[in-house]
Design a binder for this molecule. Structure first.
Ligand code: G3P
Ligand code: MG
Length: 251
């Protein structure tokens, strides 16, 4: 189970998936700022290591979709990445938004942050170690939750920083994980299943075993309410404002 400050009473914890990504360019400071203004409890972001070693916040392996530069994140130095426009693709209003460093996000938003270690290779080229270094430098160990589809990254995180909580992240194509003992092996305290995998039976089994459960991606408030009723503690959403409409803040 995650520490109590990762839980909310009477509603699921709202993680803004890549920030308020329906309304603002994903994984930018504008999206994180808007998410918190819309009432999200925390932000989810995707962390990768660029060619010069810094941890940058971007979802895709390639810079193309969000910046127009057809090159892999791992092949471009931060001195170039910091000049790219990661906002204009969404709308002219966001022209000039940059790909942030993880360190900048942790400094700008002293709130709950789910750092997804985004790397498909067993050799993560130092991503996990660098994320742990940045989290520690920001003294953010108590408000960061690490997650990854990459089991090697979670294993490294466990050995490098056992006190930073970890979540096992998995998608519908990885049903085999449901029958594995990976969560205890990796010392995970939370399950982050793709929403279709979060049946009431599984959710109650996970909760009985002591895991927090947060599903992705849920943009329908009534679906979020049903999941919460079945025992789900948190959801990842692109539309935090819509979710807060379902669970308005107390006056
Ligand atoms: O952490 C939940 C979610 O972010 C996983 O999928 O592809 O949006 O990073 P993706
Ligand atoms: Mg993600």
């Amino acid at each position: 189970m995650l520490p109590a400050h990762f839980n909310r009473t009477g509603r699921p914890l709202l993680w803004a998936h890549r920030g308020a990504s329906a309304d603002a360019p994903e994984n930018t400071l504008a999206a994180f700022s808007l998410a918190l203004a819309q009432g999200a409890d925390g932000v989810e972001l995707d962390a990768q290591r660029c060619a010069s070693g810094e941890t940058v916040v971007i979802h895709d392996e390639s810079l193309a979709r969000t910046t127009g530069l057809t090159a892999p994140v791992t092949g471009v130095s931060y001195s170039v990445i910091r000049t790219l426009d990661a906002g204009a693709w969404k709308s002219a209003q966001f022209r000039g938004e940059r790909i942030p460093l993880l360190a900048e996000v942790l400094e700008a938003f002293p709130r709950l942050v789910n750092v997804e270690l985004k790397c498909e290779r067993a050799d993560d080229r130092g991503l996990t170690a660098e994320v742990v270094r940045v989290v520690r430098a920001a003294r953010a160990e108590d408000r960061v939750l690490l997650s990854s589809f990459n089991l090697a990254c979670l294993w490294r995180a466990r050995s490098m920083a056992p006190a930073i909580p970890r979540a096992l992240l998995f998608e519908a194509e990885q049903r085999w994980i449901l029958r594995s003992a990976l969560a205890p092996l990796l010392g995970a305290c939370a399950m982050h299943p793709e929403r279709v995998l979060a049946t009431p039976e599984r959710v109650s089994r996970w909760r009985r075993r002591g895991y927090s459960v947060a599903c992705w991606t849920v943009d329908d408030p009534e679906a979020a309410a049903r999941l919460h009723q079945s025992g789900v503690n948190g959801i990842f959403t692109n539309v935090p404002a819509l979710m807060r409409g379902r669970w308005p803040a107390p006056p």
